[in-house]
Write a new protein. Structure first.
Ligand code: SF4
Ligand code: SF4
Lengths: 125, 393
């Protein structure tokens, strides 16, 4: 057994770590995963959970903003009362926006197809 | 000031709780623990404590309420036995991972089934991997002393973990015993005022507790719990030394009884250690070098101290008051054998399962174990590694 190291005794017990980053070591994180910073869910990127992504069709969109209202992850970004873009860093790909869109202006496209298109474009360049 | 009194184990624990005067106690009755909270609730009714007593509808709720109270910044306690602890199971893990210093006596009783109300350690052993600190008590005195120390251990900034204080159902909980109680003021000063670091009712420092923890953080938080357990070993010793100053009784992680020159030794928890020590004395008078090791702390496991205490012994018997159904012996047997493995000095380690469902451990049984150990020592041969004591076979 490694000898008891008193230097490590106060990990996470005296200091309040504001930002928790995924690269932090166990002794750098706050004790028990306590969160001291309100509203920090924004810093936790959930976009990589997505397997299908919403793709907006500009020509069809009538800017009713049903998608904006229904998105459970606040991942539809609107500007001046109009559809602006998706926040792909947080969109989990649930497809609700596509379902509620009255004019089918949102397509749900598998992420691997997006990858393939990206690859193909790279080859062409 | 110390006073000699005659109390049952349950009364002694209730007395300790009264002197600790926790902010919140949430509990549900279960034999043989019922008396503790029953007596304690009379202290609440009589205004002898300031505690908010929550009579909940189950043990799952009892620990949940204690968690809520502790997370809110209160010094919280509960108490249970057997099925109650089993019902508490999932919430005990949560109390530990939230790092809440909840102290809770567990009056050890066999788990159903078949249904039974008497002593064994299957309840406590079911939670040995939950992340709570487990203290064991040989008699009412130790149960009382452990309760008082448990508060300091649990709340230490390096630890912040729940502490389960075990004592044997009926044998310790219901038998009248002579013990020394410390005066209220001294206990009050010893446990001090609880100063929570982080708590939900702290309006100046908003905090979110019990957050969803994914594959990218959960592992690290479990590692933190291990570190707290490591720190607990030092803290338990420090608190034990400090406790000696107010009581005259010092506590460490283990109690070594006549082990310095022992050839054969028994390892046993709780009240059976008293029986084992008595038999060891008799055998010593006959020239057999017998000793007893009683772990006071089972989680964290005092591996170094046990290895040091048993390193000169030739044959060791581990007595387990619980089955694992691994077919390879009881829970403590695995820990002790593992502990001695690195010594590579061929200490023979055997296991005896005893006392399940409240079966008495008699002096003859302990004598038989020591006799077996003497045979093993002389012949160097182990015929059966795991045996049963007091079983009709
Ligand atoms: S729901 Fe459809 S039409 Fe309405 S704003 Fe969204 S994408 Fe445009
Ligand atoms: S797919 Fe779901 S999460 Fe993503 S933008 Fe649409 S509604 Fe929001």
């Amino acid at each position: 057994m490694t000898p008891y190291n008193p230097f490590n005794r106060n990990f996470g017990s005296g200091t309040r770590t504001k930002a928790v980053r995924p690269d932090m070591k166990w002794h750098e994180l706050t004790r028990a995963g306590n969160i001291y910073e309100p509203g920090n869910a924004n810093t936790y990127e959930t976009g990589d959970w997505r397997s299908i992504r919403p793709v907006w069709n500009k020509e069809r969109c009538i800017h009713c903003l049903f998608c904006w209202r229904y998105c459970p992850d606040a991942s539809v970004i609107a500007k001046d009362g109009k559809f602006e873009t998706f926040d792909y860093k947080h969109c989990k790909g649930c497809g609700i926006c596509a379902k509620v869109c009255p004019v089918n202006a949102i397509d749900m496209v598998p992420e691997d197809e997006i990858e393939k298109v990206k690859e193909a474009n790279k080859d062409e360049n | 000031m110390k006073t000699k009194v005659a109390l049952t184990g349950n009364e002694a624990v209730a007395q300790a709780m009264k002197q600790i005067n926790p902010d919140v106690v949430a509990a549900y009755p279960i034999t043989p623990q019922t008396e503790i909270v029953q007596i304690f609730s009379s202290f609440v009714a009589n205004g002898e404590v300031d505690t908010e007593f929550v009579a909940v509808e189950s043990e799952h709720s009892a620990m949940s309420a204690a968690i809520g109270a502790a997370a809110g910044g209160a010094r919280a306690m509960t108490a249970t036995s057997s099925q109650g602890l089993a019902l508490m199971f999932e919430v005990v893990y949560i109390a530990a991972s939230l790092r809440l210093p909840i102290v809770f006596p567990v009056v050890n009783r066999a788990l159903s089934g078949p249904i039974n109300i008497h002593c064994d350690h299957s309840d406590a052993m079911g939670l040995r991997d939950s992340g709570v600190i487990q203290l064991f008590s040989e008699n009412a005195q130790e149960a009382y002393d452990n309760m008082i120390q448990a508060v300091r251990i649990a709340e230490h900034p390096d630890v912040r973990l729940p502490v389960m204080v075990n004592m044997d159902g009926f044998i310790t909980s219901h038998a009248m015993d002579v013990l020394e109680v410390i005066d209220d003021e001294t206990v009050k000063n010893f446990v001090g005022t609880y100063v929570p670091e982080d708590y939900l009712l702290d309006a100046q420092n908003p905090i979110s507790m019990g957050n969803f923890d994914m594959y990218d953080f959960y592992f690290e938080h479990k590692r933190q719990q291990v570190e707290a357990m490591k720190a607990a070993k030092e803290v338990i010793k420090e608190v034990g030394k400090e406790f000696a100053k107010i009581s005259g009784r010092e506590y460490g992680l283990i109690e070594s009884y006549k082990l310095d020159d022992a050839d054969v030794a028994l390892v046993v928890l709780n009240s059976a250690a008293g029986t084992a020590k008595g038999v060891a004395d008799e055998l010593r008078a006959k020239g057999i070098k017998a000793g007893v090791l009683k772990p006071r702390v089972y989680r964290p496991f005092p591996q170094e101290e046990i290895r040091e205490a048993l390193k000169g012994v030739k044959a060791v018997a581990v007595l387990d008051r619980a089955e694992t159904f691994s077919t390879c012996g009881g829970p403590m047997f695995a820990d002790i054998r593992n502990t001695l493995y690195d010594l590579k000095n061929d200490i023979k380690v055997v296991n005896y399962i005893y006392g399940l469902g409240g079966r008495d451990l008699r002096l003859e049984h302990v004598q038989q174990v020591f006799e077996d150990l003497e045979n093993i020592r002389k012949t160097g041969r182990v015929d059966e590694t795991v045996k049963y004591l007091g079983l009709r076979e």
